[in-house]
Design a protein around this ligand. Structure first.
Ligand code: OAD
Length: 232
């Protein structure tokens, strides 16, 4: 089977009702990114940050994977699918995707404030634990923090992601403005000659001279179209 590698961003989950970041009315318009998505913001006001992610986490209980997530999961019948996502929701997994790499962390997990990337302290929350409080401690005694990669922090999963991108036979980008690195740079590792598709209802500027087949549609319709194109 061919390797289908998919890079997804917030637009993938938009049709499930989760806001994107940079579109009009997006999250970063309502919450200053420096406050809720940087280590400095967390140091300045941990409670605000913990509550921001508590809200995001609770939203997971109200949303469902959309047709786009489901169609992608269904493509595992014809391809070795690797989903590399910038999203911190769990909608790819819930739709049935079996190989998902989260570049920016996962809402359903928490970790140590002191050693956020130490696997000994990363823990999956049960839905009844989704509300983290000040004073809740990781196994090393530090405040429990969201397992989210904030701006200015290393992206430990990028090397793993690059390894899969290098072996791609087809590369697909869905619902990301390609503003955030290193995720946006994954395109550079796609081997020469490998077809690249981009699904997004809006124009996305791709910082590469590479030929990209653009499917100017939302995720659900766009993945349906992609499936057709790949089976032709
Ligand atoms: P952005 O909000 O920057 O971009 C969302 C993209 O989704 C845009 O290109 C939209 O046109 C597109 N879009 C909107 N509706 C869509 C739909 N129905 N179907 C498909 N696409 C749609 O989000 P990201 O590129 O994911 O990081 O942002 C990257 C990172 O920046 C995030 O992971 C987050 C953020 O700050 C952290 O929090 C660390």
């Amino acid at each position: 089977m061919k390797n289908l590698v998919v890079l997804t961003g917030a637009g993938m989950s938009a049709e499930s009702g989760i806001s994107t970041f940079r579109d009009a009315g997006g999250l970063w318009e309502r919450y200053p990114v420096e406050q809720v998505a940087t280590p400095e913001g967390y140091a300045a006001n941990p409670e605000l940050v913990i509550n921001f992610y508590n809200e995001r986490r609770k939203q997971l209980l109200d949303v469902r994977p959309n047709r786009g997530h489901e169609l992608l999961a269904g493509m595992e019948g014809s391809f070795n699918v690797t989903v590399i996502t910038q999203n911190v929701d769990n909608l790819h997994e819930r739709a049935g995707s079996s190989h998902v790499i989260h570049l920016h962390g996962e809402l359903t997990k928490v970790t140590s404030s002191r050693h956020p990337n130490d696997p000994r302290y990363i823990r999956e929350l049960r839905p009844d634990e989704y509300e983290v409080k000040m004073g809740d401690k990781a196994a090393d005694g530090s405040q429990l923090r969201p397992f989210i990669v904030w701006f200015g922090e290393p992206v430990p999963m990028i090397e793993t992601a690059i390894g899969f991108v290098r072996k791609a036979d087809v590369f697909v980008i869905i619902g990301t403005s390609l503003n955030v690195y290193p995720a946006a740079g994954l395109l550079y590792y796609v081997p020469e000659g490998v077809p690249v598709y981009l699904i997004d209802p809006n124009e996305v500027s791709v910082a590469s001279a590479r030929k990209v087949t653009v499917i100017r549609k939302g995720a659900s319709e766009g993945v349906a179209e992609l499936k057709k194109m790949l089976s032709e």
